[in-house]
Design a binder for this molecule. Structure first.
Ligand SMILES: Cc1cc2nc3c(=O)[nH]c(=O)nc-3n(C[C@H](O)[C@H](O)[C@H](O)COP(=O)(O)OP(=O)(O)OC[C@H]3O[C@@H](n4cnc5c(N)ncnc54)[C@H](O)[C@@H]3O)c2cc1C
Ligand code: SF4
Ligand code: SF4
Ligand code: SF4
Length: 343
């Protein structure tokens, strides 16, 4: 019997988190734009869906797949603390630099051996990285709105390191939590970003930036989705913007089926929505989140009861679910297994 992820791939709802590639015992999964199952010894044998003849049917991949697992009904139910924060050193970061500051401080205090993240070059081409020092964290600052299967790099990280920090968007965070709970306890802290959608590289670099924004990709210093618009800031100081609705329809198909906005499976979630400009919104969700945040908070400025606060976060959760929940339930009907649905 094919693994459940074959259905996820077939119906184009694979979030490309990379979890299945990280754990498949025979190395039969490769994740690029989506997961592919193939013969690790003979990639020529690949065909769309699954090369079932090589798959051992162990179902390891299905147990770590966030789309198979489904979504939580109330994603703020496990939030123990909510506040805003910003780091003293946030240059190059997307918002308040809290994500980078947490990882840096955990390295400096010797609490983690490695962290996984995504760097980019001038052309906004990305690379998955295993950071092993506070200095390495500088290379991954800033949001890339393109999608990369960051969890796949855990396959290498598990071989060498024992205390691993994961940073990712909600689908990746969910995959990381399922790996941690089911297979590998080397992940010690999971930091989740808020996420409305992401884009395939070719769509962002060949359509949205040159055609819709009419900007050269190499001129861009920062991209940002905020206040109803997609903003692009150039190195020369120009600001270009378009309404989000002009670009959102080009988001990846799995993002139109996704019902996790705030990384509900994270230990600590970090975003911008809910906090003032230049600050991060921070959500502490677990014992590990409390423990690690306590260790790093001396490097952060904190703001209790920030505005616009959780009310705006809740509104955006609703906006993301509107349409997406229906799409997800529709696709669940087509699966050959009984999907969890939104539970
Ligand atoms: C695709 C995407 C969509 C987002 N949408 C929203 C949103 O709707 N609302 C909101 O409040 N916040 C959103 N965010 C989060 C926001 O952009 C910031 O990442 C967050 O506020 C943390 O800011 P920071 O200054 O602490 O990050 P920084 O200190 O700049 O650290 C950035 C971290 O993000 C990681 N990263 C960058 N790009 C990616 C990626 N594509 N996939 C996985 N990891 C990545 C880096 O490895 C690094 O660890 C989104 C992020 C992404 C990646
Ligand atoms: S069922 Fe097992 S062997 Fe087959 S792709 Fe999934 S993890 Fe790999
Ligand atoms: S685990 Fe992630 S990459 Fe693999 S099939 Fe599921 S969503 Fe896709
Ligand atoms: S919306 Fe964000 S979390 Fe959901 S599948 Fe897309 S990238 Fe992943």
């Amino acid at each position: 019997m094919p693994p459940k992820i074959a259905d996820i791939i077939e119906h184009d709802v694979c979030a490309a988190c990379g979890a299945c590639e990280a754990v498949c015992p025979i190395g039969a999964v490769t994740v690029k734009k989506a997961a592919e199952i193939r013969d690790p010894n003979n990639p020529e044998l690949y065909r769309k869906g699954a090369a079932y003849e090589v798959c051992e049917g162990c179902l390891t991949c299905s147990r770590v797949c966030p789309v198979v697992d489904g979504f939580r009904e109330d994603e703020l139910a496990n939030v123990r603390k909510f506040f805003a924060a910003k780091a003293a050193a946030s240059a190059g970061s997307q918002d308040g630099g809290v994500t980078s500051a947490i990882v840096k401080t955990l390295f400096k205090k010797g609490e983690i051996d490695c962290a996984i993240g995504i760097s980019r070059n001038e052309a906004w081409e990305t690379e998955l990285v295993i950071m092993t020092s506070a200095e390495d964290v500088e290379n991954v600052r800033g949001t890339k709105y393109t999608s990369d299967p960051v969890l796949k790099i855990l396959r290498q990280a598990f071989e060498k390191y024992n205390r691993i920090a994961v940073v990712g968007v909600p689908c990746q965070v969910h995959g990381a939590r399922l790996i941690q709970e089911n297979f590998n306890e080397k992940i010690v802290v999971i930091i989740g970003l808020l996420c409305m959608e992401s884009f395939h590289h070719d769509v962002m670099l060949e359509k949205i930036i040159p055609e819709i924004l009419q900007v050269k990709i190499k001129d861009i210093e920062k991209m940002e989705f905020t206040k109803g618009k997609f903003w692009v800031y150039t190195k020369a100081g120009e600001v270009h913007k378009v309404p989000i609705k002009e670009v959102a329809r080009y988001a990846r198909n799995p993002c139109h089926h996704c019902c996790d906005y705030t990384s509900v499976f994270a230990d600590i979630s970090v975003g911008s929505v809910g906090a003032p400009d230049g600050w991060n919104s921070v959500f502490i969700r677990t014992d590990a989140g409390e423990k690690y945040f306590e260790m790093v908070k001396e490097d952060l400025e904190l703001m209790e009861d920030p505005k616009p606060g959780l009310e705006l976060v809740q509104k955006l959760i609703g906006m993301k679910r509107k349409g997406n929940a229906e799409h997800y339930l529709e696709v669940c009907e087509k699966f050959s297994f009984k999907a969890a649905g939104i539970h």
